[in-house]
Design a protein around this ligand. Sequence first.
Ligand code: SAH
Length: 379
Amino acid sequence: MSDQPAAAPTPLPLVLAEPRGRKKPPRHLADLTVDERKDLLVEMGLPGFRARQVATHYFSRLVDDPEQMTDLPAGQRAALVEALLPDLMTSIREQTADKGKTVKTLWKLFDGSLVESVLMRYKDRATICISSQAGCGMACPFCATGQGGLQRNMSTAEIVHQVVVGARAMANGDVAGGPGRLSNVVFMGMGEPLANYKATLGAVRRLTEPAPSGLGLSARHVTVSTVGLVPRIRQLAGEGIPVTLALSLHAPDDELRNDIVPINTRFSVAETVDAAYEYFAKTGRRVSIEYALMKDINDQGWRADLLADVLSGDGRGTGWVHVNPIPLNEVPGSRFTRSREDDMDEFVRRLTARGIATTLRDTRGSDIDAACGQLAASE
Ligand code: SAH
């Protein structure tokens, strides 16, 4: 225990550098392109064409146990799996809610870092909420993850593996409701995905490319959620992968957003909304605006009106955007509390009256701290 006073917050660097000399997560086939996997095996003196078989096991059959890879020569199986499918993480706790249809997993990564993922099964789909960083450097004061700071970026394979394990749980019928298919991925777990751009983009490619390159999910069913790193939003718009973008806006005015989403002191509301609109203009994908409703902070009727102005301003109209207000999930020790029902209803009513598609989001898993902003990954 230190008796030093807490240090003043330092300004946030846009690209969070990793300390030098730190050990990297194991290299895994999900980090590599099809050609790179082949080259790696050849370098190791193994037959390159086997990479395709191993990748098919991983991405199509969702298998990483060498015993189940009977099409590989028994004498090579262990070496191939060691080369391409090293252990990335260990599940150290599983909690369920919603009668077994929400499952939160706490993962320990190779270096002891802890992250969480949450699988949510609905009538018509199953969504996994994944982490892209251990911790988060964005310091939003209403979010549990933001309170602990950033430990490190996750690798592409560490990001993807959460999805593969979730897809396997669905396929095997391990989630209440019988066997099914994992259909959606949201980067709404721990971390700011666009602050770990390279690994996030690699993960998006692996998730959307068909097997054996990747998992073959529909890009439209993959949502990258960002606090609003403007240059990275513009960069993502140019990648040619039409993933859904979610922008965590939470306030329509700089005065308030500077407080509750500190990166706003770097990129204003106007710049951020502009970049989100450009994302729509380039990709044709409607942008989701996330707005956690906090009592007497950002839930006033006039702020709903201002939000409508800000979104539809500059001739943008309303067709490019979908607002998702979400009742705040309360974080222990935080001064932020959930809005009153009436205020939430009025907020939604005002946006809808302005022609803005608005859906109040549910708060699955809040009883096991698995809901948005509650992931803190402690043992
Ligand atoms: N860093 C990314 C993704 C992680 S958070 C981002 O900021 O978008 C996923 C969503 O949960 C974000 O919209 C985030 O603002 C929201 N969130 C964080 N804390 C919350 C809380 N306590 N209640 C409700 N939503 C919260």
